[in-house]
Unconditional design. Structure first.
Length: 331
């Protein structure tokens, strides 16, 4: 079920959520600014970061360390002062990071349509987990991760509903078969009045590969020897993203057992039911997820040797932390 705001909103605010093809939507909006303009919309280059309005989100949220410098608020007010123009803004940071009541000071509820995509809990948590292992120093296995980081999606959604109201929020499932044209970009454009998806240029879809299998397991082991600051330092995350291409089992979906899937189902049971009451129903959760074992003990030693060989030959930065591991030299 879709809930639309007023037929002619002045603002469309795409608030995410993360892990729902946000970068693809943002790239589409940026590359089709002329198409949007011809239909009376603007996707403004207001301090864009990675094609999105992340810095605006940080500024509205009061993150001093990441906010825009100077009188950004006056700059923003001046940008939107022409009331004959309508605007699309996008950042997945809005959903979780920015209090909706602060957002309403800049995007009045009566003039705004909120667009929010949500992903089914199992694939959402699996994607979050792989990213957390890759980009931080997380050492927990998937099941423990779910037990700790299990904030219901409705806890965030409810805050937006309190400020913007149920009818001003377009709530969509990030499930390919349930999207218009089976494409989140085409699906999004149906809510931008006057912009026909057929008029937009859609670049070949990009896919951010998640690390998996024994590469994911190796990074978990390595995380024991890094502080969070070290794990987040450039270019550690990018190095493991590159390594994901070294072997087919190093990327894609990792295996989730019946017990692990059961944990997700149990932890998010109430949240799934609450979203269904709002008209957002996902396909049934599978009993288990086929994918690359993490770890795969049958190939663990040869896979770690491959990782080490590539790292040594290309001078990877993570080597400085791997040498803290006493067994590293004998691998």
């Amino acid at each position: 079920m879709t809930y639309l705001a007023a037929s002619q909103p002045r603002f469309i605010l795409h608030i995410g959520a993360n892990k729902t093809g946000t970068s693809s939507i943002q790239r589409m909006l940026l590359e089709n600014r002329q198409v949007l303009h011809d239909a009376g919309w603007e996707y403004p280059d207001f301090h864009l970061l990675h094609m999105a309005h992340h810095r605006l989100a940080y500024s509205i949220g009061g993150r001093r360390d990441l906010a825009l410098a100077g009188d950004w608020e006056s700059e923003f007010r001046n940008l939107i002062s022409d009331r004959d123009k309508r605007f699309v803004f996008s950042s997945e940071l809005f959903f979780r990071v920015v209090p909706p009541e602060k957002v309403a000071h800049f995007f009045p509820p009566e003039e705004t349509r909120i667009v929010l995509y949500l992903r089914d809990h199992l694939s959402y948590m699996m994607s979050w987990y792989a990213q957390a292992v890759q980009g931080r120093n997380l050492i927990a296995d998937f099941s423990d991760y779910v037990k700790v980081f299990n904030t219901p999606l409705t806890s965030y959604l409810s805050r937006w509903e309190e400020v913007y109201g149920h009818d001003r929020i377009v709530l969509r499932p990030f499930v390919r078969s349930m999207l218009e044209g089976q494409d989140s970009r085409i699906d999004f454009l149906q809510f931008v009045d006057g912009v026909a998806p057929s008029a937009a240029t859609l670049a070949a879809a990009e896919s951010n590969l998640s690390i998996s299998g024994n590469l994911l397991f190796f990074k978990r082991l390595l995380n024991n020897y890094m502080t969070i600051e070290e794990a987040e330092s450039y270019p550690i995350t990018e190095e493991f993203g590159g390594l994901s291409m070294a072997k087919e089992s190093f990327n894609g979906r990792f295996k989730a057992s019946r017990d692990e899937v059961g944990t997700v189902r149990r932890v998010f049971h109430a949240d799934i039911a609450a979203l269904a009451q709002r008209g957002l129903e996902f396909p049934p959760m599978p009993e288990e997820v086929t994918g690359h074992a993490c770890p795969n003990f049958d190939t663990l030693h040869e896979d770690v040797r491959l990782i080490k060989e590539i790292a040594m030959n290309t001078g990877k930065h993570f080597l400085r932390y791997a040498t803290r591991w006493q067994d590293w030299r004998s691998l």
